[in-house]
Every structure is written in C-alpha cells, then in structure tokens.
Design a protein around this ligand. Structure first.
Ligand SMILES: Nc1ncnc2c1ncn2[C@@H]1O[C@H](COP(=O)(O)OP(=O)(O)OP(=O)(O)O)[C@@H](O)[C@H]1O
Ligand SMILES: [Mg+2]
Length: 233
C-alpha cells in the first residue's frame, strides 16, 4: 500500500531522515521504532505532506511526495499526530466533524455512530469541549477524528506518549481491532515493547537511518533491540 524509497528530510542544514526505505503492505501493521530525534515524526510528516521530502513515496502505486497535504489526506491517508493535537476549544462532536472533512453531510451521522461504538466514552462526552478530556480520552478522540475520513492507511505518531500502562493497553487493543477490520496501520513508537507485540513488521530508526528491520516477533527477540529499546542488559 505504501512504498517509501530513499526518503530524505532536511530542515535547513539538518539532515533528519537520511535515505530510508520501507514498505507498509495492505492489511498489515508496520511499526517504526526509535529514540528521541531519530526522525520518526519527520518521516510521517513527509508522507502526509507537512514537510517536503526528497525521494519517492508511493501510495497505492501513485507518487505522492510532491502532492499538497490536503490532496494526500483525500487520497486515503490519515495521521494521528504526536501529542494528539485535538481542538481543545471544540466539542468532541465538532472534532469528529473536522476529521470528516471529505464527507457529505448525510455520511457524517453513521460515522459518528461508528466512532461512538468504538469509543463509548466519546458518546457520553459528545458535547463537552475536547480540552476537558483526560489524556487517554484525548488520544481516543484523536484516533476517532483520523478515522472519520475513512483512511485506507492510518498513521499514528507515538499514541502511547504520556499515558498510563492500562490506557496504553486499551489504545493498542483498539488498533488491533481496527486492523482486524482491515485497516492498514503505520505506527511510530518509542514504546518498542508494546509496538512490536502489536505489529507484523518493524523498522528500527537511528539517527535518520534504518538500523534494523524484520518480523516484529523476531525484533522482540533480537539482543540489540532488547538492550537498546527494551531496557534489558
Ligand atoms: N522543524 C524543524 N526544524 C529543525 N529541525 C527539526 C525540525 N523538526 C525536527 N527537527 C530535527 O530533526 C530530527 C528528527 O526529529 P523528529 O521529530 O523527526 O524525531 P522523532 O524521532 O520524532 O523524535 P521524538 O521521539 O522526540 O518525537 C531532530 O534532530 C530534530 O531536532
Ligand atoms: Mg516525534
């Protein structure tokens, strides 16, 4: 579904992503793990069109690396950004409405219902300002908002950030369920243990390059990964 070839991201003289290659096959969960500053967010921003990369990004076979962000979003990719970035002064329902930017009015109601089924807490809070939600609830809302456009590829930037382990487990269970329903997922995480348990395939990003890749189950067993990312010695 997504093929990234020789992707480079520059910020002035800073070379944040240095010629990486990776694939996200249809129906799979692929994770990109790495420490602070490894280039994870830059990679996702390049895919969704928020930064202009060098290299090739093929989505369903079509080159999108030079497309404007709004057209990339319309082509079927949604990003749940790092730090959630929900619209705090809008209600839950209004946030969902923003996510459904590509939908006709009559299509919205069934989609709201779908989101409320997936995240019952959002239904209870539908008319509450998003800023009053807890961190975990805001993460659920950020995911629901992204799903409103019915993307074929859902990308998430560190959804576990700042959440208690129990809530992280809840969020990851939902990702698993979404994937079971056929959604393709690209998950960026520092929480390598959780991400690798969930994913089919993983890439380890270090200083803007891919240091290691493989089946997620294999990476979980890998000594280097265990030492550097799972805090084992
Ligand atoms: N707008 C920017 N201007 C200049 N440098 C940037 C900018 N955004 C990111 N960088 C730099 O690019 C590198 C990669 O940053 P990026 O945010 O992609 O890392 P990350 O893997 O997402 O890290 P984190 O886990 O902390 O979110 C870092 O060295 C960072 O300082
Ligand atoms: Mg980041």
């Amino acid at each position: 579904m997504l093929e990234v070839k020789d992707l480079n991201v520059f910020y002035g003289v800073i070379h944040a992503v240095k010629g990486i290659n990776f694939n996200v096959p249809d129906g799979k969960i692929v994770t990109l793990i790495g420490a602070n500053g490894a280039g994870k967010s830059s990679t996702l921003k390049a895919i969704i069109g928020l930064v202009r990369p060098k290299g090739e990004i093929l989505f369903k076979g079509k080159e999108i690396s030079k497309m404007p962000a709004h057209l990339i979003a319309r082509s079927g990719i949604a990003l749940v950004p790092e730090g959630r970035r929900v619209f705090v002064n809008l209600t839950i329902l209004e946030n969902l409405r923003m996510g459904g930017f590509n939908k006709e009015l009559h299509e919205l109601e069934p989609l709201y219902e779908k989101m409320f089924e997936l995240f019952p807490i959002l239904k209870e809070r539908a008319y509450q300002k998003a800023g009053t939600l807890s961190g975990g609830e805001q993460q659920m809302l950020a995911i629901a908002r992204a799903l409103m456009s019915e993307p074929e590829l859902l990308m998430l930037d560190e959804p576990s950030l700042g959440l208690a382990p129990l809530i992280v487990a809840e969020v990851f269970d939902i990702l698993k369920e979404l994937n079971k329903q056929g959604r393709t997922i690209l998950l960026v995480e520092q929480n390598a243990a959780q991400a690798l348990k969930l994913a089919d395939y993983g890439y380890v990003l270090e200083n803007g390059t891919i240091a290691l890749e493989g089946e997620a189950s294999g990476l979980l067993e890998n000594d280097e990964v265990r030492k550097r990312y799972l805090g084992e010695d």
